[in-house]
Design a protein around this ligand. Structure first.
Ligand SMILES: NC(=O)c1ccc[n+]([C@@H]2O[C@H](COP(=O)([O-])OP(=O)(O)OC[C@H]3O[C@@H](n4cnc5c(N)ncnc54)[C@H](O)[C@@H]3O)[C@@H](O)[C@H]2O)c1
Length: 253
């Protein structure tokens, strides 16, 4: 049974994870931490992190980048492995993550979905065969109308995983409207669609002469991130200090 402290427990993802852990016989939330608390959880909630000294195997964080510095110091001091899911960290905070990982296990991923992380691995295998054979690569992502950034961080991460497998020979093209010119061989086109309530779709197209292979991931709810975070906490419990990511979790499956 993995004992988890949920940081940001009263937010959207904190509540998704609370619901998932209730049905998971191998995990338990032993405490929550949040700046706001209405007493709605079945576990004790601390509004002051320092007051939470409950014994645990790992901490999952879905909160705010404003909380990250204090959180890293807290986990380092308590030797508590931390699954860092909050996005939007500054360059200084990313450096702090590296520093903290020298003393405690830290797993950080901008996309906690097991599906997306498995897709990255599959894309690397596919690219080695297909990109080498001259197939063109395009990424199309679709998200709800409220999303502000484009392309999505996940679309970029998918392109990066392909590029990494191909010795970083590729460059990315986001907009072809301002030029009249054929696509380059070493180009990954990334297109963004915004509309309605689409949770998240990512399609990677390998288009070759007379054949096309498409990989597609669809997220139907944010529960996919919660499930991945819980799996990451189970993986991280008892791990030595170091920086980990979701590829480490997947490679144990
Ligand atoms: N890595 C991933 O796969 C992934 C997936 C979804 C969301 N996220 C990220 O996770 C974060 C949270 O997302 P959300 O949708 O749950 O947001 P949310 O706003 O619904 O919840 C955040 C919670 O954190 C609490 N909080 C804020 N500051 C705090 C502090 N200083 N100390 C303790 N608690 C604090 C808030 O009170 C709130 O309850 C965001 O950065 C989001 O981008 C990452």
């Amino acid at each position: 049974m993995v004992k988890i402290i949920m940081h940001g427990c009263n937010g959207h993802m904190g509540q998704v994870i609370s619901g998932l852990v209730e049905k998971d016989p191998d995990a338990e939330i032993v405490a929550g931490i949040d700046v706001a608390d209405q007493g709605k959880n079945s576990y004790p909630v601390y509004t002051n992190m320092e007051e939470c000294q409950v014994e645990a195997d790992a901490l999952i964080d879905f909160s705010s980048a404003k909380a990250t510095d204090a959180l890293l110091a807290y986990c380092e001091k308590r030797h508590l492995p931390v699954v860092l899911c909050t996005t939007g960290l500054s360059e200084e905070q990313l450096a702090k993550v590296e520093e903290t990982a020298r003393n405690v296990a830290v797993l950080k991923s901008a996309n906690m979905s097991l599906g997306i992380n498995t897709l990255m691995k599959l894309l690397q295998d596919a690219a080695k065969v297909l990109a080498t054979a001259g197939f063109d690569i395009e990424v199309v992502e679709k998200h709800h109308r409220l999303k502000l950034d484009a392309p999505s961080g996940t679309a970029l991460a998918l392109a990066d995983s392909i590029n990494e497998a191909m010795d970083n020979q590729y460059h990315y093209t986001y907009d072809r409207s301002q030029r009249r010119q054929m696509r380059d061989d070493k180009e990954i086109g990334i297109s963004a669609v915004r509309g309605g309530t689409i949770v998240g779709e990512h399609e990677v197209i390998f288009a070759g002469p007379d054949e096309v292979i498409e990989f597609k991931h669809t997220a139907y709810s944010k529960a996919v991130f919660g499930k991945g975070a819980i799996e990451a906490a189970k993986f991280l419990a008892g791990k030595p200090a170091g920086k980990y990511d979701m590829s480490d979790v997947i490679s144990t499956k």
